[in-house]
Write a protein that binds this ligand. Structure first.
Ligand SMILES: Nc1[nH]c(=O)nc2c1ncn2[C@H]1C[C@H](O)[C@@H](COP(=O)(O)OP(=O)(O)OP(=O)(O)O)O1
Length: 174
């Protein structure tokens, strides 16, 4: 077995791990979300992000996806990693890991892109009912600038079978 296969085989009987990034841009009163226009999660509001490419670091993937989806640029030092959300998909036996970042500084002109339509929301007006069903469990932890460790087991059309959401000290990105 190659090293890569070994890394992708974890001990939960899953056979593939896919890494995603997700970044929330925030100021003291508002958070920037995007309405996904196509593909996975279309019609839902979320932070900006996507799959980490082969031979790309998680941090670089997060910066690239933010630029592609919103036209904004964030420097590496302005990005704060807060933790991850892990989804074990019982049907496809795939594990998705979403690495979550927050940033309060950015440059560039915010723009609608082919993938996302951006909008600033007051913190107390975040549209949780129009986001992924799990976002309301853990986004409040992110908004408090706390570390996050969340795990979901999803079945069928991504129904939650099991979940565990922890507010932790901010971890290192490994
Ligand atoms: N259950 C969930 N809750 C959540 O809050 N965010 C989720 C989620 N499941 C996936 N995401 C995030 C992770 C990532 O930021 C985004 C999905 O990424 P995409 O599928 O758009 O990736 P890409 O932009 O690389 O897609 P393609 O280029 O179309 O393959 O949605």
């Amino acid at each position: 077995m190659s090293t890569e296969q070994e890394t992708n085989n974890n001990n939960n009987n899953t056979n593939k791990t896919v890494k995603f990034t997700l970044i929330f841009i925030k100021n003291s009163e508002k958070i920037l979300l995007g309405l996904k226009k196509r593909g996975f999660g279309a019609g839902k509001w979320n932070g900006f992000g996507g799959k980490v490419e082969k031979n790309e670091s998680i941090l670089d993937g997060a910066i690239r996806e933010l630029k592609e989806e919103s036209n904004l640029t964030v420097t590496r030092s302005d990005m704060k990693y807060l933790g991850y959300v892990r989804y074990d998909l019982t049907e496809s036996l795939q594990t998705d890991i979403v690495y979550v970042f927050i940033a309060t500084k950015f440059s560039g002109n915010l723009a609608e892109t082919e993938e996302m339509s951006p909008k600033w929301f007051k913190i107390d007006e975040i549209p949780y009912d129009k986001m992924w069903v799990d976002s309301k469990d853990w986004l409040p932890i992110v908004l408090r600038n706390r570390g996050l460790l969340a795990k979901y087991v999803l079945s069928g059309e991504r129904d939650i079978q099991k979940k565990s959401v922890e507010d932790i000290d901010v971890p290192e990105l490994v």
